[in-house]
Design a protein around this ligand. Structure first.
Ligand code: PDD
Length: 275
């Protein structure tokens, strides 16, 4: 397996990370996960744009979009993987540990790939989720490397026999630990607006586009945990989890406890997009 780090393509298992990499000390950087289906990138431009925007938001300078695209293509080709996920991160640079931005450091790019299959079983049967307070910072629209809160939130699901943790701020559902959350109530699709409290997922945007194209009414509007407990359907989305139905939240059935019709329709429209 060939990965890329700090200007070089290297054997993944032998890759050496620089000790001064600010990703290592501070999680000082941004990242993306891009899916490849059948040898082709899915929504590559959207991911590249978001990476550039995240970098800009945290004032990482000197990142070139063309370079990102080139590295992603090169990693895909060199590894000959046709179905999988590419991970790319950009740290602020290499420098002795000091909180303030270092002078004159260049961003450090790391990229790797792994083959993966679509999560067929969970998309078919649905999963359990739990809810908890969203205790992250207030720049959740940045795809930051700093995922400590997300990691803790996800572990909460793992320890409670669930697949994902759905977070809320003062009762208003924001998103999952690594996914965007939707509910369907009386035929209307709801999801949190794309502000600073969520990551504006590329899959989220695809789902909204599919809803638009297929006359499924939707509102980018906050809803509460209590609204969600009375929803007909709930699902979450991400690059790797696609459209995953949630059939049980905090031990209580969602709707009648089976995967809902609107979720199924969106899944089938999404299938057509990627195949
Ligand atoms: N996670 N919200 C959060 C907090 C995320 O980390 C992610 C993605 C999403 C969904 O975004 P998208 O549809 O663009 O993948 C929402 C990635 C996949 C990860 O960290 O592995």
């Amino acid at each position: 397996r060939i990965s890329y780090y700090n200007g070089e393509y290297v054997n993944h298992d032998e890759m050496k990370v620089k000790s001064g990499d600010r990703a290592f000390y501070f999680g000082d950087g941004v990242y993306e996960v891009v899916r490849i289906y059948d040898g082709r990138f899915f929504t590559l431009d959207e991911h590249a744009d978001r990476l550039m925007r995240s970098a800009e938001e945290v004032m990482i300078k000197g990142l070139e979009r063309e370079e990102i695209i080139e590295i992603l293509h090169e990693i895909k080709e060199r590894n000959g993987i046709t179905d999988g996920a590419l991970y790319i991160q950009v740290s602020r640079g290499i420098a002795p540990r000091d909180h303030g931005f270092p002078d004159g450091s260049k961003p450090v790019i790391y990229a790797s790939i792994r083959s993966s299959k679509r999560p067929e079983q969970q998309m078919e049967s649905g999963v359990r989720a739990v809810t908890t307070e969203d205790y992250r910072w207030l720049k959740c629209h940045v795809k930051s490397l700093n995922l400590l809160a997300n990691v803790m939130e996800k572990q909460h699901a793992v320890e409670n026999g669930a697949k994902e943790t759905i977070m809320h701020r003062d009762g208003v559902v924001t998103e999952g630990s690594s996914t965007n959350v939707f509910m369907v109530k009386n035929g209307i699709l709801f999801t949190h607006p794309a502000d600073n409290l969520i990551l504006n997922g590329i899959t989220r945007l695809e789902v909204l586009k599919l809803a638009e194209e297929n006359d499924i009414p939707f509102r980018e509007e906050g809803f509460t945990v209590s609204d969600m407990s009375e929803a007909d359907e709930v699902f979450y989305t991400s690059t790797t989890q696609e459209i995953t139905p949630v059939i049980n939240i905090d031990g209580r059935k969602v709707g009648d406890g089976s995967v809902g019709g609107t979720t199924r329709r969106l899944q089938s429209f999404f299938n057509k997009k990627i195949t």
